[in-house]
Design a binder for this molecule. Sequence first.
Ligand code: NAP
Length: 314
Amino acid sequence: MSKIYDVVIIGAGPAGLAAGLYAGRARLSTLIIEKGQDGGQIAITDEIQNYPGQKVEGESGPSLIARMTEQCVKFGVERAKDTINGMELQGAVKVLRSAKAEYQAKTVIIATGAFPRPIGCKGEKEFMGKGVSYCATCDANFFEDFEVFVVGGGDSAVEEAMYLTKFARKVTVIHRRDELRAAKSIQERAFKNDKLFFMWDSVVTELNGDGLLSSMTVKNVKTGELTTYEADEDDGMFGVFGFIGTLPCTGIFADTGLKLNEAGYIPTDEDMHTNIPGVFAAGDVRVKSLRQVVTAAADGAIAATQAEKYINEQ
Ligand code: NAP
């Protein structure tokens, strides 16, 4: 019989690590299971400036997350690198299964986060890693002195486009409207950047190339006009980065009885309870209005505190 943890947390982004910190400090036996690297989406974020108490000059996501991980370790939280692919959440003891192990817990905190939404154009899958990317921090250096296009108009698109100007010769943001969604302070910096250009009212419909991405068709949504852009002859390729929001990582919860909304996010009350007793959700994976590191961390703290309360009441 394997150990029954007080709390098993799925996901080691800011929500999962904050939950781990609070559960560990409450002396609950706690395990965090993460299939990849710690940090979730901020593992690929170049600069964070708005997490209260962080270094004022700004710091990278991995730098901030390393300290969160260290805090969990300090308070005795156990770690497993594993991919959960099956579970029973309804009973008093929750069971989580991977290909190699089975984990048991009195409570589960789901902090699986979200992943980049695909651009949704023809050829996107084919050119992934051959010109198409969703992570500037990971792939910007492949485009040193090349031309790059960024799809989207929110904070991520504009901030990552600015980051890409440090590498690319020219960066053009392609946005489906004629006005950005990004915060005004971010827009102000972007409009001052002389390597950054904007293509308004436009969506990418098709990507092409011979092995590497070298051709893109863009549709003007107001006029319906289609324009095809070819890579500069000397370059032979260009980059397209997609930053058009995220989709929730909730596929593994299908058929578990866990309630999801129509977009696949987990609805909770303000104390992070899902519809299943003893199962909580925290961070980007839940239905909420603001997905930031600070709100994810707050969710994690609440979820762990509620998990402790639930255990005490059983
Ligand atoms: P977002 O705010 O949801 O913005 C998504 C952008 O993509 C919007 O401009 C949207 O256009 C566009 N879009 C959506 N679907 C599209 C489609 N199918 N085709 C073309 N364009 C499409 O997403 P985000 O920028 O990733 O930000 C997510 C959250 O993280 C937000 O809460 C944001 O504030 C936060 N964030 C904060 C920071 C920061 O504070 N420094 C940095 C990054 C992210 P419309 O505008 O027309 O809807």
